[in-house]
Design a protein. Sequence first.
Length: 124
Amino acid sequence: MENSLRLKFGSILSQSPSNEEVVISGNLRAFPSADTIEDFKKNLQNKINMVTRKATEYSVIGVGLFKNKVKFDSGYFGMLLSQFQSLYPIGKLLLEKCYECIFDAGLHSSDLEGGTRTGIILGF
């Protein structure tokens, strides 16, 4: 795609129609070896190494592990045990964080039913 066309397309995407309102609300983060952003900040300030040296099925030297990884409630998400067991850990994390973002915005997931044109943007 040509640069000028990319810029035009990006400009169109970043502007809402004049009769519509765009709200960016709710934000959530997940950090290795920290339950909250405050814990993460303390770890950084105290120069704590948050990379865990652990042998995994992947050929890596160290990984950033999340605390409390076993607290996923598959029933809450309407998942069968077999679905839960076949889901990669990152999938579980994404589900949890999407719901937490909705709650952080002051909403309940049921508030978004019925075509509210709501999106959740994720980044890694």
